[in-house]
Design a protein around this ligand. Sequence first.
Ligand code: DAH
Length: 344
Amino acid sequence: MTAVDLQELTAMALEEIARADSLDRLDEVRLRYLGRRDGLVTLAGQRLRELAPEQRAAFGQEFNRASGQLRSALETRQRELASGEAQLREDAEWVDMSHPFREADQGHSHPVTGLIREIEDIFAFLGYQSVGGPELEDDQHNFQLLNMPPEHPARDSHDTFYLSPPAGGWLYRTHTSPVQMRAMLGSPPPLRIIVPGKVARRDNPDPTHTPVFHQVEGLCVDHGVTLGDLKGTLEYAIRALFGRDRRVRLRASFFPYTEPSLEADVACAVCQGAGCRTCLQKGWIEILGSGMVHPQVLRNGGVDPETYSGFAFGMGPDRIAVLRYGLTDLRDLYENDLRLLECF
Ligand code: DAH
């Protein structure tokens, strides 16, 4: 190794320093030439001892000059690269504080939930308290106490999801009426309650049926409650829900737990009573069943029918939602299509 070799090595190193395009690359170059143990320039310096005495001075000078030059070149390039990288980082992380916010989407309650709250409000105004009850019921409360013993034909209309062998066992409640029994057995009259909740029946889905649906049960038990009170209450509630102009009809019906029994129909919103797919060509859609609580049912609930009387009703908020919002199919409410749900 001579002073000339050292100059060549330095020239190569300077070129690599100039070409290094990142701090990491630059560090590699530094190690290759000036690394403490095996840097090429470092190793060259160690050759000093091997040289003839007359060559040593020139080589030593060249070595000092070369390593000084490399160090300052490294330092300069390092500064350049550091400021470039900082600039890049700054560019990448820059946030435009004046950019307007994108409005976050806000959720809201489901239209049926909204309707149930509305029904609760309407009845709260009439002095009714909203209560809950179990979705898994026993046969006793769901059927027997409501005048439907095991072989009763009315059970056929409640195609039941049983959790254990039929009769005497557990089931998914087919209506909210068992909560009437729980309320009567739980506290003495006067009683004014409404019971919103989910019920289930083994129905095939169609425009007016889904296997799980909602009901709102109502029960009023007091001294001297009459059929007139029932009619007045239903008319008031139906007007509050549908407006004064919607046509409503009450017609005689049958339920084992009421005597007499009534059903309320509302004119179909789609065809205005002419008959269409939504109302299954009837022109009317049934929204509730009701009646004067059967004396035996009062007795089953521990209430003396000689002293008290009462009325009860059960309505279907899903169907009411269909009517209110002019939908054509109950199932649309549960398909979770946000384009529809966001309309409410
Ligand atoms: N439980 C009946 C049903 O599911 C609805 C009903 C009818 C409830 C008459 C009542 C009632 O409280 O008195 O179809």
